[in-house]
Design a protein around this ligand. Structure first.
Ligand code: NAD
Ligand code: WQD
Length: 344
């Protein structure tokens, strides 16, 4: 079975390509490399000993996507391609709405044209409204997003629900399967140390910043606030291993093939970890020093955010397996072996 993976050269996409290939799927990647390097896909091939088909293209290029669907018998799309930096989305909202909405719309049109009915979407815990009690369930309230990035995910979920409803109303044959996977905080790297997260410039997210500090690329980790209403005052998140997350996508493809459904599903561990707990775990596992400095709270940050993960068990037969130590050890192996990320 052939799976189209948009954004397959990126952090989560490359790990998912590995799991798909190892599960016997044929993989076609469409990525414009705006936030990734071709080398990631070379390494996917090295890890798996298998080939994949790569198209360097913008997913908004409808003629090119049409050509890909003509050439390959795509049976399911996993849509990772998108812009994801929260701060940048506040500064460049139009670029975010254009990229994230128009990639999704283009895919829906081309899928409709070619009769492809299975769509696995990279959504995010960021679609949940602030003020929900923890843990977040799939029926916690959504919307009221604090930045354009979050709104793009919220809007894409709605676009996909509406497209699926219209497709099932219009046809007597099988309806669409749409799985809206709401990721919590993916971290870690493949255990080979060959692929991992390779952010451009100063990292926005906690783990790449910790890893770059541990390896000596950054002087000090800023800890954004220690006066939250949490056990040690620092922010609490639900971090999950990117390989677990990648396996969640394989489970979603299998579910999409079984029978039509439209479901939002949390992918998280259900465990909250604070910034200081993460620093301690990383220090212990790596043996490296991680100097840090308490700074003001980062605007827009929540104190706490973690998932109620049981719907994924029920719908996908998936649960996160890897521990916090695995996440730190694998991040560290990737960072040590590739201190400056992928070569150009
Ligand atoms: P990433 O930036 O590493 O990967 C995204 C990939 O999409 C990159 O390879 C980029 O080159 C490509 N891309 C972007 N716009 C494109 C376009 N118009 N056409 C073709 N390719 C394009 O990000 P990631 O962390 O792997 O995230 C993957 C998806 O998961 C994104 O949609 C992101 O919003 C979502 N997500 C990520 C996180 C996270 O913390 N990493 C959390 C929740 C959701
Ligand atoms: C985690 C914790 C920070 C960096 C963001 C997006 C979200 C999602 C994942 C895609 C917080 C603290 C961080 C640093 C720190 N992406 N921190 N020093 O904010 O939960 O989520 O990325 O959908 O949409 O908002 O993740 O890794 O940025 O922060 O103290 O240098 O670490 O304050 O408590 P976050 P994060």
């Amino acid at each position: 079975m052939t799976i189209l993976v948009t954004g397959g050269a990126g952090y989560i996409g490359s790990h998912t390509c590995v799991e798909l290939l190892e599960n016997g799927y044929d993989v076609v990647v469409a990525d414009n490399l705006c936030n990734s390097k071709r080398e990631a896909l070379e390494r996917v091939k090295r890890i798996t000993g298998q080939n994949l088909c790569f198209y360097e293209t913008d997913v908004r290029d409808e003629a090119k996507m049409d050509e890909i669907f003509q050439k390959h018998n795509v049976e399911c799309v996993i849509h990772f391609a998108g812009l994801k930096a929260v701060g940048e989305s506040v500064a460049k909202p139009l670029a975010y709405y254009d990229n994230n909405l128009n990639t999704t719309l283009t895919l829906c049109r081309v899928m409709q044209k070619h009769g492809v009915k299975r769509f696995v979407f990279s959504s995010s815990a960021t679609v949940y409204s602030a003020g929900n009690p923890m843990p977040l369930t799939e029926s916690s309230s959504t919307g009221g997003c604090s930045n354009p990035y979050g709104w793009t995910k919220y809007m894409c979920e709605q676009i996909l629900r509406d497209a699926a409803a219209a497709a099932s109303a219009a046809t007597a044959s099988e309806g669409w399967s749409v799985l809206l996977l709401r990721y919590f905080n993916p971290i870690g790297a493949h255990e080979s140390g060959l692929i991992g997260e390779d952010p451009l410039g100063i990292p926005n997210n906690l783990l790449p910043y910790i890893a770059q500090t541990a390896v000596g690329r950054r002087d000090k980790l800023p800890v954004y606030g220690n006066d939250y209403n949490t056990p040690d005052g620092t922010g609490v998140r639900d971090y999950l291993h990117v390989v677990d997350l990648a396996k969640g996508h394989v489970a979603a493809v299998k579910r999409a093939v079984q029978s039509p459904c439209v479901e939002a599903i949390n992918l998280g561990t259900g465990e909250g970890v604070s910034v200081l707990q993460m620093i301690e775990a990383f220090k212990r596992v790596s043996g490296a020093a991680i100097p840090y400095e308490i700074k003001d709270r980062r605007p827009g940050d929540l104190a706490v955010c973690w998932a109620e993960p049981s719907k994924a068990v029920q719908w996908l037969g998936w649960r996160a397996q890897k521990t916090l130590d695995d996440m730190c050890a694998d991040t560290w192996r990737w960072q040590k072996q590739n201190p400056n990320g992928y070569p150009l």
